[in-house]
Write a protein that binds this ligand. Structure first.
Ligand code: IPE
Ligand code: IPE
Ligand code: MG
Length: 231
């Protein structure tokens, strides 16, 4: 993988995206929300297919939050079924393209058949070079609580010991956080990891998001001056 060092701070290693706006995309067209979610999955597929030349080590996607259970049973079912379909249809492509799947969040709390599919997908993609981390049943506050609880057992509550127990512990530091759909909030996503991440909020609704837009975001990222508190 292309390296990142103090000499090359312009290159993003890890980008995360809050994929928002599927519902509004459908509403604008008089279509059911489920169709917006379907088109959202297609946007994910396009992005993963376009990932290799971007040189990222990791792309993290917020797919289902721990608060998304508050939606109607119908919509939650639609989302879970799309997840099943997506894993089945796209897993061979992940393997072929050297994509390592990783799941963050309380994914063991999903339906048992989805957990089994994910375990299989994780095993099949374990040797992949570029990581696609998918946040499922993910809430950042819950993740931090889990990490602090583990650190507390060892009597070692420090920023390093907590970071080492977050779901993202094995991922590079977060460089850039993108949210689509015009909302300017984090909605319980990567709160700890965002401490010094650059942020980009775009109006595009998620189903309209393209790999070219991500590449543009990376080009813009390269021009930002990150200071991390120093001068
Ligand atoms: C994002 O789109 C997908 C999920 C949160 C699962 P939304 O469903 O939140 O779309 P809007 O925000 O209602 O437009
Ligand atoms: C955040 O979007 C969650 C995902 C993109 C999976 P939401 O649509 O759930 O967030 P809020 O409710 O607008 O804050
Ligand atoms: Mg939304």
């Amino acid at each position: 993988m292309v390296g990142y060092s103090a000499k090359d701070p312009a290159r993003a290693r890890h980008v995360a995206i809050i994929m928002d706006g599927n519902g509004r995309w459908a509403k604008k067209r008089g279509l059911p929300r489920s169709l917006g979610h379907q088109r959202g999955v297609e946007a994910v597929r396009r992005l993963v297919r376009g990932l290799k030349p971007m040189g990222l080590e990791c792309l993290t996607l917020y797919a289902f939050s721990s608060e998304n259970w508050k939606r109607s049973e119908n919509e939650v079912d639609d989302l879970m079924n799309l997840m099943r379909k997506f894993i089945k249809s796209d897993l061979p492509e992940f393997v072929a393209n050297d994509v390592r799947l990783k799941i963050i969040g309380d994914w063991q709390g999903l339906a048992p058949d989805i957990v089994a599919m994910l375990e299989d997908a994780l095993a099949q993609t374990a040797k992949g070079k570029q990581t696609l981390a998918v946040a499922l049943n993910y809430g950042s506050q819950q993740e931090i609580v889990r990490a602090v609880a583990k650190a507390a057992v060892l009597g070692e509550i420090t920023t390093d010991s907590i970071a080492a127990r977050l779901d993202t512990a094995d991922l590079p530091p977060l460089d850039l956080l993108v949210r689509t759909s015009g909302e300017i909030r984090l909605s319980n996503f990567l709160l700890w990891q965002s401490a010094y991440a650059e942020m980009l909020f775009v109006d595009t609704l998620w189903p309209d998001f393209t790999p070219e837009m991500l590449q543009q975001a990376l080009n813009d990222f390269a021009k930002r001056e990150r200071r991390f508190g120093g001068r």
